[in-house]
Write a protein that binds this ligand. Structure first.
Ligand code: FEO
Length: 586
């Protein structure tokens, strides 16, 4: 369902405040979720792009929590776009001078955008966070505040049974992240972790089927690149008593499916972490668009089955950098501000630990004070490292096409590093079996899609009709295909059928290797379908499709799509058939 069609309902115990005279719908809801615990959810109904998660269709929420023992704690705030609504709501719930602690789970502006405003109303509040979070906050609050740095296992007693225990969860997805567990209510407040970009008036996760696609997509974009850190956090969570509810920072709170969804995080992260090839991705948190660009690159890398270790140039320890560079087959470096002494020292540490056999890629962060890519690039190539993709130079606010370039650059790097492993896998299959598999026939098709400013295409032969009512087809798409990001539930595409005896030119074109973000349709005759995707003029037939569901396999997604319309250009012509000698590679 599109976010714009959803209603905003007032349920039991929910207070709704609405901003007027704004184009995008912003509302705030509050609800008692446990004893003396209230959530303040800022609902951003129409947010249609959330940085790298450009597939977002369902808006998002920014969740904050008020815990009232004999002392009071506020966990996180909101995005600055909710300033008036959030502060009015907070003041309706409590006299801000009564807030004793402001717990900062993570300092990105969607959760900490109103810290300064809250502190103006509650100057007595002690700000609680990890060492890194407090450092980052000092950098943007620019005024003195009371603070308390917490470490893993530290406790804070609010009284009346609300004893809070802190869990350090670095890299989920910034180095500053902490979780907070309330021993009385057994709620774990996790900020970004276990969240999703999904806006609805349901405070909780009653309907798993509705949210699981967004839950997975969010994991893939933000958490998958930090799979080993996710596993470390899960291990720490196991030391806590039973978790009854997870108070996430985005989307519905998890209550009905805690075991199931935590289990999925564990399974997905174990799958990522067992990869035998790793890329170290370096970024500078809270600088330009460094973290978001690096996440898009990391997402592209993980699509190839290569693991990623993300490190913040500003806060990573030299020993940690040396260790990670030591095990990595590839390095990606986001240029930090030239004036940041810590980040510059980290660059020197990377250079000292780099090895000639490694691949490397660079991107500029668009922060305005970026060190130029070129001198550093020369230093690495002089050491013998191979550049895996052309340096990505960001000169303005990144757009979805920028993230597409980053994602595809990451995939190129991952494919380069996993090539040998793929070749070994191909060699290991029994010769008779691979020949038998090769006798499974398929047609030749081109999948084309366009979504906003993004477009993509793919040659496909694992296509089959799958249902009559509704009319439906399945398509197998390898996980490392660029087009995969544009084939989520609700996405639309065209299935173009190639003609026997007249397919070579189109096949050759779409088999080409395109540069990251390269235009797949340059020099190809197309016309737009009613669903917006390109129809190939030279194709024998086309069908307009909409993705209805996806099934995950180890190396492919099976995409099931319904077919809405179609046409054949030459009724007597036949479909091109793909004859293969073996079945263990395309
Ligand atoms: Fe939702 Fe990383 O902020």
């Amino acid at each position: 369902m599109k976010a714009g069609k959803k209603g905003c309902q007032q349920g039991d115990g929910i207070m709704v405040a609405t901003a007027t005279q704004i184009q995008k719908r912003l509302t705030v809801e509050t609800k008692e979720i446990a004893q003396e615990t209230t959530t303040i959810r800022s609902l951003d109904w129409d947010r249609d792009r959330f940085d790298i998660e450009f597939g977002l269709k369902n808006g998002t929420t920014y969740n904050s929590f008020l815990i009232r023992g004999s002392k009071t704690a506020l966990v996180d705030t909101s995005h600055e776009k909710f300033r008036q609504l959030y502060l009015d709501t907070l003041k309706g719930l409590i006299d801000p001078s009564q807030i004793d602690y402001l717990i900062i789970s993570h300092t990105e502006p969607d959760h900490s955008g109103l810290v300064k405003d809250v502190l103006a109303l509650a100057p007595q509040a002690i700000v609680v966070g990890s060492k890194v979070a407090i450092q980052f906050l000092e950098g943007f609050v620019h005024q003195p505040f009371e603070k308390k740095i917490v470490k893993n296992g530290d406790r804070l007693d609010l009284g009346n049974g609300h004893e809070l225990e802190f869990v350090i969860a670095p890299n989920l997805h910034w180095p500053d992240t902490i979780f907070t567990f309330d021993h009385k209510t057994q709620i774990l407040f996790t900020c970004d972790a276990f969240g999703m970009h999904y806006c609805s008036s349901s405070t909780f996760d009653e309907d798993l089927a509705t949210i699981e696609e967004d839950f997975r997509y969010y994991y893939d974009c933000l958490m998958g690149p930090n799979a080993r850190s996710v596993l470390s956090a899960l291990k720490r969570m196991k030391e806590l008593p039973e978790i009854r509810t997870i108070g996430t920072g985005h989307g519905p709170l998890l209550h009905h499916n805690v075991t199931e969804l935590v289990g999925r995080y564990r399974q997905w992260s174990q799958d990522q972490a067992k990869a035998d090839t790793t890329v170290a991705v370096f970024y500078a948190s809270d600088y330009g668009y460094s973290d978001r660009l690096s996440q898009a690159i990391a997402h592209g890398i993980t699509k190839t089955g290569v693991a990623v270790e993300m490190l913040d140039l500003r806060s990573a320890e030299p020993q940690e950098i040396t260790e990670v560079v030591g095990i990595a087959s590839g390095l990606v470096i986001g240029m930090p501000p030239i004036s940041d002494v810590n980040a510059q020292a980290s660059l020197s540490t990377i250079l000292a630990a780099a090895k000639p056999k490694q691949s490397v890629g660079f991107f500029e962060s668009g922060g305005g004070d970026d060190e130029s890519v070129y001198p550093l690039r020369i230093k690495f190539t002089d050491l013998g490292l191979t550049e895996a993709f052309p340096a990505i130079l960001v000169k303005e606010t990144p757009h979805e096409t920028t993230y597409q370039v980053c994602d595809e650059a990451g995939t190129d790097l991952g494919q380069l590093l996993s090539r040998d492993r793929q070749i070994n896998k191909i060699k290991s299959l029994d010769a008779d079996l691979e020949k038998a598999l090769g006798r499974i026939s398929g047609g030749l098709y081109i999948i084309t899609t366009k979504k906003g400013d993004l477009s993509s295409a793919m040659l496909a032969s694992w296509v089959s009709q799958a249902s009559f009512e509704p009319l439906g087809v399945t398509i197998a798409v390898a996980k490392d295909r660029a087009i995969e990001s544009l084939l989520h539930v609700g996405d639309r595409f065209v299935l173009n059928v190639l003609e026997e005896g007249n397919y070579q030119a189109l096949m050759k074109h779409f088999l080409k290797r395109f540069a990251p973000g390269g235009d797949r349709f340059a020099g190809v005759k197309t016309q737009p379908a009613a669903n917006g995707s390109p129809i190939l003029t030279e194709a024998l037939a086309y069908m307009e499709c909409e993705v209805s569901s996806r099934m995950e396999l180890a190396d492919h997604w099976i995409i099931y799509a319904t077919v809405d319309a179609g046409r054949v250009s030459k009724p007597d012509a036949l479909t091109a058939v793909h004859h293969r000698k073996v079945g263990n590679y395309y």
